[in-house]
Design a protein around this ligand. Sequence first.
Ligand code: BGC
Length: 416
Amino acid sequence: MVVMATVLGTSSMVIAAVTETKRDVEVLHWWTSKGEMKAARVLQDSLEQQGIAWRNFAIAGGGGESAMTVLKSRAVSGNPPTAAQLKGEDLQEWAMLGFLTQLDPVAQKQHWDQLLPPVISQIMKYQGHYVAVPVNIHRVNWLWVNPALLKKAGAELPDSLASFFAAAEKLKQAGIVPIALGSDPWQEVTLFESIALAVLGPEDYRSAFVDLDADLLSSAKMVEVFRQFDAIRPYVDVKTKAMEWSDASAMVVDGEAAMQFMGDWAKGEFTAMGKVPGVDVLCLPAPGTQGFFTYNIDSFAFFKHDATMNPESQAKMAHTILTPEFQRQFNLAKGSIPVRNDVPLTEFDRCAQASAQAFRANAEHHQLVPSLSQGLANSSYVQAAIFDVVTDFFHSKKADPQQAAMRLERAVRSAR
Ligand code: BGC
């Protein structure tokens, strides 16, 4: 009897433990700034309200480079988390290696094909099957502006590259740092891609960075992109220490710098600092890119053999992410716009409204462009090759735009 009771006791304990871990999700992400943590909290709360415990696996570092390194080592050692923030072309690479859970059952039940804009559902699919769920739409081609500093310098709000340089010069003359820029390579590429879009326009941007057209990559137009990129350097603050994108956003809010080129996750930061985007900090399309839209889509993928083996919780999390209420709350905190177009935007600020309008118009005219800095445009190999050329150029004392364009073409050719 005693033996039986012990055995039963033990097995029911085991069952309890299994049930408990089954209702657990370990989630890897890189949302560690103030605004990002608020947004991540929305996801955590939504899951916890359904009895799913959240295990936070947050790896600091905007852009997610460190998070991806940690994820690779966990996955390779057979111990991946339940879910990971994975996006763009990375999804194809992870799916091809066989790591990701297929989400077709939940996608069919919730009608993802009907809910999602085709440009987004296509990113979430591998060989026609859903392998990730999208969380939001971020617009990357933004310029964030401290209006008081521009006024102080007598500078106009810029709407072209020429007026941007005129404003930057006035700010500099007035002793104000024109542009705050953090120290990561992806932040430099964020600046580069907005200038490239202004110089090239959406069609040539696509041909260069998505289709990898060799002629365009080494063309006079690309030389001009590098020339304009070079011209911005004197207006960027000199960094003496590593700086996150959110530190640069804080500089704009605190009046230490006038402008920042950054995706609208910066807006989540401004909101978390108690500022009103569109009023205290203005959102202008990056100069010369009015009406265009560079997109970055955050998404979560789920691992087949995650440490806790919990397919039900994975499906629940995927479903929750696409509910209208989650979309509303999360995107209000994150600075992005919902991926579902049936979520009312009445509570969203004017920058989000402008973003939604630009997204719709560009989608209609097939002019949306994927973000290079965010890994939406090409494979990780090509992306790394482009990053090398762009950041070397930005840090070189003798940067030569002509040579940079030729190097870009060569680097892309050898990485494809
Ligand atoms: C992500 C955003 C995030 C940003 C800064 C980007 O790669 O897509 O969600 O806010 O990095 O951390």
